[in-house]
Design a protein around this ligand. Structure first.
Ligand code: GLA
Length: 388
């Protein structure tokens, strides 16, 4: 049963009648440009066909009630008195209401059913998918105008101000603004977006190591602090403003660890811009090389890979059909991404699964992804679910 059918039928069962609103938001995978967003730099992600769906109806009062089919659990709260009550998924729903109120909006109540298939904690932005789906839900029942960039910034505010994760803008922006069959080159300083078509004849394959990270507890904030320290040393607002020539001329005075962190960010920004050019020119060979170089930089200089990520990337890069592979997302576990010649995807997935298992004893999950549209409203027509 599709996610759409699942939320629709669960809504009917619980609330009686068809849901007047249906919204969805995708997860994302980043092709290149890692740990550059909070340095004002460039990223090149795609929204993927793994999603969160919500079927919902407005409620006249300021009450919100959401049932999660994935957790078998419900969240209920009043919009007039938002407070933290734990650290589970309901905090993302409350956090969205809080961020909307902080921005001067007046979100209204609703009741609904939510479910999704974005793997959690895997570096595929399951939390941004929930945030943007819930933003779509509030915007729908509260008649708020939808502006993808403004909504992405609100999603980021949920992470930074309510959840307590100091993350950048990449995840929420691509989840809000993704374009089918395209990657988005995002300038994380100006928030300007340039769509770049995915090269024909290639497939994007997500390789889940089956190892998980804890973003809040991880070294993410430490890396961010080291980047800020390096920017202060170079006398610029962010590492975005340092190119490799300036880096080579000045970096010797930096603490060696901070120097390596900065070298990753400076080189990754350049790789990302070059990758978007290669993509537009259809130069898949170069695109793959840049992805491989990105992994090496994240492994050696930024030190955010783990043994499982390194193993799966090694195995992937050794496959003849693989154009390039690297870890994706914050790192420390989770997923890698590979660009693969489309005709070889099935063999690639089989061989990586066997090779990774032999190298680590772990069972990976691997699947080809399509580049999907960003968060959307999909109002159900009654005939569309007659067959489920
Ligand atoms: C996480 C954060 C993003 C970004 C990546 C690393 O996904 O949420 O903002 O910093 O890590 O590129």
């Amino acid at each position: 049963m599709s996610l759409r059918d699942r939320v629709e039928s669960a809504f009917r069962e619980r609330f009686g009648g068809d849901a007047p609103w249906l919204v969805r938001a995708p997860g994302r995978v980043n092709l290149i440009g890692e740990h550059t967003d909070y340095n004002g730099g460039f990223v090149l992600p795609i929204a993927i066909d793994r999603e969160v769906w919500i079927a919902l109806a407005p409620q006249g009062d300021g009450h919100v009630e959401v049932h999660s089919l994935d957790y078998g659990d419900a969240a209920a709260f009043e919009l007039s008195g938002l407070s933290h009550t734990g650290d589970g998924w309901p905090e993302y729903v409350k956090g969205v209401a809080w961020a909307l109120q902080q921005a001067g909006h007046v979100p209204l109540g609703w009741q609904g059913v939510m479910c999704g298939n974005v793997p959690r904690g895997a570096g595929l932005s399951s939390s941004a998918a929930v945030e943007l789906a819930v933003l779509r839900a509030f915007a729908a029942v509260s008649a708020l105008p939808w502006d993808a960039k403004a909504m992405a910034l609100l999603g980021q505010r949920v992470e930074n101000g309510w959840i307590g994760v100091n993350s950048g803008i990449m995840d929420q922006l691509v989840v809000a603004a993704g374009i089918r069959d395209h990657a988005l080159l995002i300038d994380c300083r100006s928030l300007e977006i340039e769509p770049a078509p995915l090269p024909p004849g290639t497939a994007v394959v997500v390789l889940d190591t089956s190892t998980r990270r804890g973003l809040v507890d991880s070294a993410y904030n430490e890396r961010r602090g080291q980047c800020e320290e390096a920017a202060r040393y170079f006398g610029v607002p962010a590492l975005r403003d340092v190119d490799s020539a300036a880096f080579a001329g000045m970096a010797t005075g930096l603490d060696p660890v901070v120097r390596r962190r900065a070298r990753h960010v400076v080189s990754e920004n350049e790789r990302t811009l070059e990758a978007s050019h290669a993509m537009r020119a259809g130069d898949v060979g170069r695109l793959g090389e840049l992805m491989n170089a990105s992994h090496e930089s994240l492994r050696v200089d930024f030190e955010v890979t783990n043994a499982a990520l390194d193993a799966i990337v090694d195995v992937a890069q050794a496959q003849p059909m693989c154009l390039g592979a690297r870890m994706t997302g914050a790192g420390f576990g989770g997923c890698a991404v590979a660009l693969v010649a489309a005709e070889g995807v099935d063999t690639f997935i089989e061989d990586v699964t066997v090779g990774y298992r032999a190298a680590t004893g772990l069972v990976p999950r691997a699947y080809a992804c399509r580049a999907a549209d960003g968060a959307s409203v999909e109002r159900a027509a009654s005939t569309e679910h007659a067959a489920d």
